[in-house]
Structures are given as structure tokens and as C-alpha cells.
Design a protein around this ligand. Structure first.
Ligand code: A3P
Length: 330
């Protein structure tokens, strides 16, 4: 086992120490038997835990960085496409966009499940500014340098019922190593009600970013999937303004906002060859599993009214007094 110390952003942690601490984290298994580790208040899937720790210990943010954060199955793919398009609109016209030939997850890469998983110290210095990254970690778990630098964070949340059901279908759609087949949503439901899901508990993820967005509105933008579905133009303007690249009057008149929303729309992205074929990071889920139905209120096809009521009650209790609420139907 490697014992050399590696340089960190303030701490120096030998690699085997990381291994040792993982063994000491509380553990659980998710609904298909995949181990989860509880690290700094987040249930990380075992495969991502080293990436999560390295990310937290090593990442140094630039003031110009943009961090897209979310719970899985909340519209991360969509947000990646939108933010990438907004930020790079003066480099690529919609007809030349890299989104036409590259999956959104390869254009805006995950810290825990990609960059810091492949290497403990990925070379991110050579990337031009503004760099756009994404994370499923909670606000409190982000590296200090993200919270303290001038970089911007955009969080997208989705109502808990659709998030749960989307996760159920996502898990069902591909086989994990050592994972057992998932037969019924009941198995997922029980875990999620206890907060035990990849990158959960759900309420802690949303609450951390929600509070941060209220305390530091110029630092954290809190978006809701359902709002984007309802009015993408308004939300694209909000996003561009927040990122410091507002649309000009001329751009608005020339239909640039509509072009971006069309390019990033579910139907457009889903039907692109690049998103219909291939696999996330070659061995992960197929790219097509990131595009399913994209409906608000689809949960009613899988959850009974009493299940929905039960779960919403739990979430409401957890979010009590926060002022955060969700739209669960169209
Ligand atoms: P459903 O499973 O309800 O269809 P994530 O990107 O965080 O993994 O979330 C995936 C969910 O977002 C899926 O929801 C997927 O269909 C939906 N989605 C993917 N791309 C989208 C887009 N461009 N616009 C709207 N929804 C999208």
C-alpha cells in the first residue's frame, strides 16, 4: 500500500490514511446492495468515496470557477448543457456547439465520480477560465476553497417524488457490478425515506444549498427543475445574469435565449446520436439513461398516493421553517 504523503490544500494526508478512514465511516447498502459510506454528512456510493475525499482535500477554486451542484436525477444533465451554452455562447454558435457531439457529462465533469476518481491530483490548472465543474456533494461538504473563493455555485433541485422515481428507473436501467436486480420501487422507497441514497439525505442536500442561497445570493443560485420546465427563458436569463454574462438586448432580439433553450431541450439532446449511444466514462450507465421522460409529476405512475403523502410529510418535517417548497405536479 502506498504510504507517501500527498500535498493538499492545507492538510497533508497519506494515501493509506484515506483508505483507513473510509473503513471507519458508517456504512449502509443501497437498495441494490451497493455499499454507501457516510462521510461529512453525505452518503457516498463506495466507488466515489475516494474521489469525494480527494476532491474535498485538494481542490483549489479560482474566483472565476462555476460549480454546478445537485442531487442525482434532479436535472444535472440539463443544467450542464445550459450553463455550458450560456458561458460559451460567444465561442460556439448553437450549430457548432460541442453539445452536438459530446455528452453534457463530458463537457462539465463531476469532481467525485470523474476527475478525482481517476486521479487523486488531477491537473486542472491548465484548464482555461471560466472552468465549469459539477458535484453531488452537499454545500457543507464542499472544499473550503469553493465556499471561500469568489467562485459561483448553481444548485438545481427537483421535487422529492420525481427525484425518487427518476432514481428508481435509473438504477433499474443498468446493472452494477455486484448489484442485485431491482424488482420493485418499495425497496427504494424504504431507503429514501430514511435518507439512505447516493449523495443523500435528500433534505440535507437541498437545505444546505437553499440556506446558502439565502445568505449569499451572489454566491449561490438555487434553481428548481419545475421552474425551468415552466419558464426556461426567464431561468436562462437568471442564470446568465448570476454568472455575470447577462444577455444583451441585441442577443434577446436575435433569439439567442431561444436558440440555447432549444439546443438544450430534452427532445433535442435525447435524440442526438452521441446521447443515444455510448456509456458514461465508457463503463458506466449508457448515455441514454440520462434522458428518460423529463416530466413533472411522473411519480404518480410508480408511487401510490399514500406513499407520496408519507414521503412528502417526512421531507416537509425536515424542511420545516426553511420556506422551501416543491411543485409536485404540472
Ligand atoms: P426522468 O427520469 O424523470 O425522466 P440528472 O441529469 O440529474 O441525472 O437527471 C435526470 C432527469 O432529468 C431525468 O428525469 C431526465 O429525463 C431529465 N432530463 C435530462 N435531460 C433533460 C433536459 N434537457 N431537459 C429536461 N429534463 C431532462
Amino acid at each position: 500500500m502506498e504510504t507517501t504523503s500527498i500535498s493538499t490544500n492545507g492538510e497533508s494526508v497519506p494515501r493509506d490514511e484515506i483508505q483507513g478512514s473510509v473503513a471507519g465511516f458508517p456504512g449502509e447498502k443501497n437498495w441494490v446492495g451497493v455499499p454507501l459510506h457516510f462521510y461529512k454528512g453525505v452518503w457516498y456510493p463506495a466507488f466515489a468515496i475516494r474521489g469525494a475525499i480527494s476532491f474535498r482535500q485538494h481542490f483549489i477554486a479560482r474566483d472565476t470557477d462555476i460549480i454546478l451542484a445537485s442531487m442525482p436525477k434532479s436535472g444535472t444533465t440539463w443544467l450542464k448543457a445550459l450553463a455550458f451554452s450560456v458561458v460559451n455562447r460567444n465561442i460556439y454558435s448553437p450549430t457548432e456547439s460541442p453539445l452536438l457531439t459530446t455528452p453534457p457529462h463530458d463537457l462539465v465533469r463531476f469532481f467525485e465520480m470523474d476527475l478525482y476518481l481517476k486521479s487523486q491530483l488531477p491537473d486542472l490548472e491548465q484548464l482555461p477560465s471560466p472552468r465549469i465543474f459539477s458535484s453531488h456533494s452537499h454545500y457543507e461538504t464542499l472544499p473550503q476553497s469553493i465556499r471561500e473563493s469568489g467562485c459561483k455555485i448553481v444548485y438545481i433541485c427537483r421535487n422529492p417524488l420525481d427525484q425518487l422515481v427518476s432514481q428508481f428507473h435509473f438504477t433499474r436501467s443498468f446493472k452494477r457490478k455486484n448489484g442485485k436486480p431491482l424488482s420493485s420501487i418499495d425497496e427504494v422507497f424504504d431507503h429514501v425515506c430514511r435518507g439512505i441514497q447516493s449523495y443523500g439525505p435528500f433534505w440535507d442536500s437541498v437545505l444546505g444549498y437553499w440556506k446558502a442561497s439565502l445568505e449569499r445570493p451572489d454566491k449561490v443560485l438555487f434553481l428548481k427543475y419545475e421552474d425551468l420546465k415552466e419558464d426556461i427563458t426567464l431561468n436562462l436569463k437568471k442564470l446568465a445574469e448570476f454568472l455575470g454574462v447577462p444577455f444583451t438586448e441585441k442577443e434577446e432580439k436575435d433569439g439567442v435565449i431561444e436558440e440555447i433553450s432549444r439546443l438544450c431541450s430534452f427532445d433535442n439532446l435525447r435524440n442526438l446520436e452521441v446521447n443515444r449511444t455510448g456509456f458514461y466514462q465508457n463503463t458506466g450507465p449508457s448515455n441514454s439513461t440520462y434522458f428518460r421522460k423529463a416530466k413533472v409529476g411522473d411519480w404518480c405512475n410508480d408511487l401510490t398516493p399514500s406513499m407520496a403523502e408519507h414521503f412528502l410529510k417526512i421531507v416537509e418535517e425536515k424542511l420545516a421553517g426553511s420556506g422551501l417548497s416543491f411543485k409536485v405536479s404540472e
